[in-house]
Design a protein around this ligand. Structure first.
Ligand SMILES: NC(=O)c1ccc[n+]([C@@H]2O[C@H](COP(=O)([O-])OP(=O)(O)OC[C@H]3O[C@@H](n4cnc5c(N)ncnc54)[C@H](OP(=O)(O)O)[C@@H]3O)[C@@H](O)[C@H]2O)c1
Length: 265
């Protein structure tokens, strides 16, 4: 058995590409999702990252089967569109339940085995939206900003045990993510209706023109296989990847004026 990886979100998009690519590179892969999609070569795992027990049982099953976990790729996630003012708190909570707490659950359950082995690779699939606040996707951005803080802090804690943490920040990627995005219902009379519709349509169109998920998978495979993986790595079109750099270098007002222009705000 080669090195063992657990990939969440493996039934589609980025997670599926990561599972496929790691498998092609000789890894033994457990691909987790609620659907439990099968793929030639790697092991499907039905696991809902929103659910404590499901994650407990899923990771325990992998360890019982393989005896080790060398890398975990936290890729399960979805998008939520709505204004901050009009998004029901329960829906906002659900967004963080999967995108943030789901990753926390998987990391917590995986770490004991990695510490015991004295080696491990944790790869958190964040987003450029974890560096830039996306209007009308505030809770999606919040979930990814939270993941960024988690990963950065966790890296210090686990370094003494030979475990590394990498944050992968994709720009727009062509996956089911766009059509699966949940939209908070907006009344025609909402003061946000027109701005939100325009901004979300612009972002969705950019996602449909985005890079193939295998571009992200190639980066993830390199991080999982590296002796000194990067803490952060962006992936995608160059004009998207320079966003976080530009935000740091130029005054907020100028950066935001350009962002508003591109989103029709
Ligand atoms: N596409 C983009 O442009 C883009 C850009 C930056 C970052 N990302 C991030 O990349 C990650 C993957 O997104 P994607 O684009 O590949 O989307 P996708 O094609 O819609 O795939 C999402 C995956 O997450 C799984 N998932 C969702 N909720 C889950 C849960 N509660 N438990 C277990 N699995 C769950 C889905 O499987 P089941 O439905 O079978 O459970 C599916 O396999 C997300 O974290 C997303 O935020 C995407």
């Amino acid at each position: 058995m080669g090195e063992v990886a657990v990939v969440t979100g493996a039934s589609a998009g980025i997670g599926r590409s990561c599972a496929d690519r790691l498998f092609r590179h000789g890894w033994t892969v457990y691909g987790a999702s609620r659907r439990g999609t099968r793929s030639a070569g790697w092991h499907p795992l039905v696991m809902d990252v929103d659910d404590d027990r499901s994650v407990d049982e899923g990771i325990a099953a992998v360890l019982a089967d393989s005896g080790r976990i060398d890398a975990v790729v936290a890729g399960a996630g979805w998008g939520l569109a709505g204004s901050v003012e009009e998004t029901p708190i329960d829906e906002a909570r659900r967004q963080l339940e999967t995108n943030f707490w789901g990753a926390v659950r998987v990391v917590q359950r995986t770490l004991p085995a990695m510490r015991a082995a004295g080696r491990g690779r944790i790869v958190l699939v964040s987003s450029i939206g974890g560096q830039l606040g996306l209007p009308f996707q505030a809770f999606y951005s919040a979930s990814k900003f939270a993941m960024e803080g988690l990963g950065e802090a966790l890296a210090y804690e686990v370094a003494p045990f030979g475990v590394t943490v990498s944050l992968v920040e994709p720009g727009n990627v062509r996956t089911d993510f766009t059509d699966s995005r949940r939209l908070v219902p907006v009344a025609a009379s909402s003061p946000y209706a027109a701005a939100m519709a325009g901004a979300i349509e612009t972002m969705a169109a950019a996602e449909r023109r985005g890079v193939a998920p295998d571009r992200v998978a190639a980066l993830v495979e390199r991080l999982c296989s590296s002796d000194r993986p990067a803490r952060r790595a962006t992936v995608g079109r160059l004009d998207e990847r320079i966003g976080p750099v530009a935000k740091r270098l130029i005054p907020n007002r100028i950066f935001e004026r350009a962002a508003k222009g591109s989103l029709g705000l």
